[in-house]
Design a protein around this ligand. Structure first.
Ligand code: PMP
Length: 443
């Protein structure tokens, strides 16, 4: 027994002793296919020699220098690269250590933008019910996952939640996709009017919802409408691409597929591919200009921001992805994964929905396909599937989410961008056996 605190006090995770490519090996010599990149992190697979070489070089040069005193070549190069590849209007990148830190920084940048412009009254943050933005208090307050928030509610800043864009669960019978997109986006307009437009600071959303619902893409022109509503009311649009960004959906940023650009964007997981802890906030030039023309100082910072080892790892990861055109593989293998999931689960009596983009795909499990009724949450079907998959030598990312009182079980697949056809065939076959095993346990 170790004194290291794991999240669960009951379940001791297996010990990983080696990791290469798509495979993690445990201390008993068992191999697991990493079909979820941990939590959609390991985009390049494990043990990539070029990333490891870049880390060695950086460690031999400057392993750490506090940003209050120095900048480094690695951090500057990563900032430049992120901005060069960013959506329109993004002018700067702020490097932090992970997704929650990025969300906290984005919220504070938004607030500082308002105060620098003399709009002190702007304070309300609006987000969506089916969302996860991180576990630190500000990010947790923004997120709409009640299971994660409930016991900390007294500590959370006030935030406002509207419905997500979640067609499988929320689109009504007889309602077209366009009508549904308009209705879902209309919730933002209504909430801004209810709060008073000049009191609203920002709207935060994941373009493709990750950890609460399992790869839920928006429909129709939902995000175009959201962009237009934010602009009309002077509300900043923060897109949280911590999970769905950096190539996961087949384009570098998920919002490219929506034809919009945010005012602030957070990225993390796939940025460093797990080789180092790193996240970033991409901010529009107008936010930079407001701060630069005002106090000239972002009132926020962390000891490890702009860490050169993390920046060097992220640079190497991003260079390999671009050089090997791995986003083309994400699109092609994403299509293959979707086909295989449809073949394997399309007629499954307990799979209600198969959804996602690129190598970010999920299945939703239901007790009844007709009524879409979820399984009793007490059965913990998602956890059973995870355990059964590990027995099959497969890592998948399962979750139980709640949307407007309905709790569902989902399994998310987010394999590394280097995945090949045969790997996907193996992943879906093993997942099929794990799902059936778990369903057999609760039958
Ligand atoms: N935002 C989103 C969309 C996420 O999926 C996550 C992590 N699952 C976070 C923020 C928080 O990131 P981290 O765990 O690196 O703090």
């Amino acid at each position: 027994m170790t004194h290291l605190l794991h999240r669960s006090t009951r379940i001791q995770p297996r010990r990983a002793v080696a990791a290469q490519g798509l495979t993690i090996t445990d201390s008993e010599g068992r191999d697991y296919i990493d079909a979820c990149g941990g939590a959609a992190v390991s985009c390049l697979g494990h043990g990539h020699p070029e990333v490891i070489a870049a880390l060695h070089r950086q460690a031999d040069t400057v392993a750490y220098a506090h940003t209050g005193f120095f900048t480094t070549e690695a951090a500057e190069a990563l900032g430049d690269r992120l901005v060069a590849d960013a959506p329109d209007g993004i002018g700067h990148a702020y490097l932090v250590s992970g997704g929650s830190e990025a969300v906290e920084a984005a919220l504070k940048l938004a607030r500082q933008y308002a105060t620098e412009r003399g709009e002190d009254g702007r304070r309300h943050v609006i987000a969506r019910r089916q969302s996860y933005h991180g576990n630190t208090l500000g990010a947790l307050a923004a997120g709409g996952n009640e299971w994660r928030r409930a016991q900390f509610r007294p500590l959370l800043m006030e935030t406002h939640h509207i419905a997500p864009c979640f067609a499988y669960r929320e689109q009504e019978e007889g309602e077209s996709e366009a009508e549904y997109a308009a209705r879902a986006a209309g919730e933002l307009e209504a909430k801004i009017r209810e709060l008073g437009p000049e009191s609203v600071l920002a709207f935060v959303a994941e373009p493709v919802v990750g950890a609460t619902a399992g790869a839920v893409p928006p429909v129709g022109d939902y995000f175009k409408r959201i962009r237009e509503i934010c602009d009309r009311h002077g509300v900043l649009l923060i897109l949280d691409e911590v999970m769905c960004g950096m190539g996961r959906t087949g384009t570098l940023h998920a919002c490219e597929q929506e034809g919009i650009a945010p005012d602030l964007m957070t990225v993390a997981k796939g940025l460093g591919g797990g080789y180092q802890p790193i996240g970033a906030v991409l901010l529009s030039q107008k936010i930079f200009d407001a701060i630069s023309g005002g106090s000239g100082f972002f009132q926020h910072g962390h000891t490890y921001m702009g860490h050169p080892m993390a920046a060097a790892a992220a640079l190497a990861v991003q260079e390999v992805i671009a050089r090997d055109d791995l986003l083309a593989n994400v699109r092609e293998m994403g299509g293959h994964l979707r086909d295989r999931l449809t073949e394997g689960f399309g007629a499954h009596p307990h799979v209600g929905d198969i959804r996602g983009r690129g190598l970010f795909q999920a299945i939703e499990l239901v007790a009844d396909r007709e009524t879409k009724a979820p399984f009793d949450p007490g059965l913990k079907l998602h956890a059973r599937i995870k355990a059964a998959a590990m027995e099959e030598g497969l890592m998948v990312y399962p979750m139980g989410g709640t949307i407007d009182g309905v709790r569902g079980d989902h399994v998310l697949l987010a394999p590394p961008f280097i995945v090949e056809r045969a790997d996907i065939d193996r992943i879906v076959a093993r997942l099929g056996r794990a799902v059936d095993h778990a369903l057999g346990e609760i039958a």
